[in-house]
Write a protein that binds this ligand. Structure first.
Ligand code: DQA
Length: 143
């Protein structure tokens, strides 16, 4: 079975309550359910952490899987550690943002993560996760 990691970073546990006008009303559990329903034949490893070192460990672990989708939250904008962890894993890697980071504050327009991934999805809400997993499947020739 194809195994894909879907990793969620700092503060994404608060989805649903946190700025719903920006991030939508779905909780992280809702997004997980959406993905499991959309991809019943994929072994999804869906995780969230507020700890940068733990996230680095998740990325290293994902290196042994078929692909990785990551919403790094605010780490997007400054975590060189996460960049380096992603750079070191040789699987399809997609960066996802619920909001359109390019239409927001200046500091959100720059991602230190993007150079280490294959593609970036921003502003599609939870649908962005679905698109990202679908693209990983395309990359590995599953669909
Ligand atoms: C986010 C965008 C980031 O700038 C922010 O810090 C987040 C969520 C998004 O999904 O739109 O926590 O990654």
């Amino acid at each position: 079975m194809t195994r894909i990691f879907v990793l969620n970073g700092v503060n994404l546990c608060s989805l649903g309550q946190r700025r719903p006008e920006v991030y939508g009303t779905l909780t992280l559990n809702n997004i997980e359910t959406l993905l499991r329903d959309a991809f019943p034949d994929v072994d999804l490893e869906f995780r969230q952490t507020d700890y940068e070192g733990e996230m680095v460990g998740f990325v290293q672990e994902a290196g042994g899987s078929d692909g990785l989708v990551i919403n790094p939250g605010a780490w997007t904008h400054y975590s060189y550690a996460l960049h380096d962890a992603l750079e070191a894993v040789d699987i399809p890697k997609i960066e996802v943002h619920l909001s359109n980071v390019h239409a927001r504050e200046e500091w959100r327009r720059h991602s230190v993560i993007s150079p280490a991934v294959d593609a970036v999805v921003a502003g599609m809400g939870a649908e962005g996760y679905v698109a990202a997993v679908r693209y990983v499947l395309t990359r590995i020739g599953e669909h």
